[in-house]
Design a protein. Structure first.
Length: 143
């Protein structure tokens, strides 16, 4: 069976800490795979906010996720603090790739718990369609 393999960039432009909440745990007592997606969303919201945007107000347009890939590497538990690192990859005429590295500190060493990539498209919710890259984005989000 083929497996997803994400090639992470060497450098990340944004880092934030996110605590694991009790509501992130599943019946196995660790963070569930669905919660990892929610944690990526939180990291993305903080990343966008640091640049003066949010997903519904993004340089005169909005964002919509077109795809996501996640590689699970280690478990997370209640009380763990996640170090989420993000960077924009390829910027295209209709969107961009966003890379994530989620780590926790274990015995003084950062351990990767998940890596991910989301495809984000520029979207007009009133017209219900993908639109072209706003010029402002080229300046503010270029690598």
């Amino acid at each position: 069976m083929a497996r997803i393999k994400i090639e992470l960039p060497e450098h990340f432009s944004f880092v934030t800490d996110i605590p694991v909440r009790i509501t992130d745990l599943n019946y196995g007592g660790h963070v569930g795979n669905d919660s990892i997606l929610s944690l990526l969303h939180e990291a993305r919201a903080q990343f966008l906010k640091s640049r003066g945007y949010d997903e519904m107000n993004f340089a005169g347009t909005s964002l919509i996720m077109s795809d996501v890939a996640i590689e699970f590497k280690n478990e997370l538990y209640y009380g763990d603090k996640i170090k989420a690192s993000l960077v924009i990859g390829e910027l295209t005429r209709i969107g961009f790739d966003l890379y994530y590295k989620l780590e926790k500190n274990k015995n003084g060493t950062d351990v990767i718990v998940a890596i991910a990539k989301t495809g984000m498209n520029f979207y007009n919710y009133q017209l219900k369609k993908i639109i072209r890259l706003p010029e402002e984005v080229k300046k503010n989000l270029s690598l």
